[in-house]
Ligand binder design. Structure first.
Ligand SMILES: Cc1cc2nc3c(=O)[nH]c(=O)nc-3n(C[C@H](O)[C@H](O)[C@H](O)COP(=O)(O)O)c2cc1C
Length: 178
């Protein structure tokens, strides 16, 4: 039985809520675990068949130390280590030798829906996944927050659950090896 792993970065908790909702959706068909990138394992075990990663858009891209510091200074975010997040994890994690399939998501402000048409954080997440040898099997999904510190726009957790169910069906219907 394959397992799914959802690895997220979240400064204000919205991405964490989305990651858990995705895992709930995945759990309709496969067992799914959720972990913050700063605490994620340095090696993905062979039992993981699907890796889902996601985090916030910061300055049109994935969070980096300078934007995390900005979030702490400007918005009072509590970030224990501004050098540890999804980008850093995807830069060092070791993948199973026979690869795995993956999907990416991000969270972003809802003020500029047009911006959602330009892939930012999730685009980089997909590039890093591909560089690691993972096969991205679904288009990235974007989830919206009302303001910088949240909350999520109404209905986004339901949409994340539905996306999780769709991903689970997708991996169940096709071979998992890249
Ligand atoms: C430093 C910083 C830069 C941000 N830049 C962007 C941006 O370029 N585009 C955008 O849509 N949202 C931007 N946001 C809003 C974040 O996307 C939002 O805070 C995040 O999605 C909330 O998720 P979280 O609660 O999981 O951290 C920015 C937020 C911060 C703190």
């Amino acid at each position: 039985m394959i397992r799914a792993l959802v690895v997220y970065e979240s400064v204000f908790g919205d991405g964490r809520a989305i990651a858990h909702a995705i895992a709930e959706g995945l759990s309709s068909s496969i067992s799914a675990d959720v972990v913050a990138a700063a605490e994620a394992p340095s090696e993905i075990g062979p039992d993981v068949g699907l890796l889902v990663v996601g985090g916030p858009n910061h300055a049109f891209g994935m969070p980096r130390p300078s934007t995390r510091e900005g979030a702490a200074k400007q918005y009072g975010a509590d970030i224990p280590d501004t050098g540890a997040g999804l980008h850093e994890w995807l830069g060092t994690v070791r993948m199973p030798a026979d690869g795995l399939v993956a999907a990416a998501f991000d969270t972003r402000g809802s003020g500029h829906r047009m911006l959602a048409k330009m892939d930012h954080a999730s685009r980089t997440e997909e590039k890093l996944l591909t560089r690691l040898g993972a096969r991205v099997v679904a288009p990235a999904e974007h989830f919206f927050v009302v303001d910088t510190k949240g909350p999520l726009v109404d209905g986004e957790e339901d949409r994340a659950r539905a996306w999780g169910r769709t991903l689970a069906e997708l991996v169940a219907s096709r071979p998992l090896t890249p």
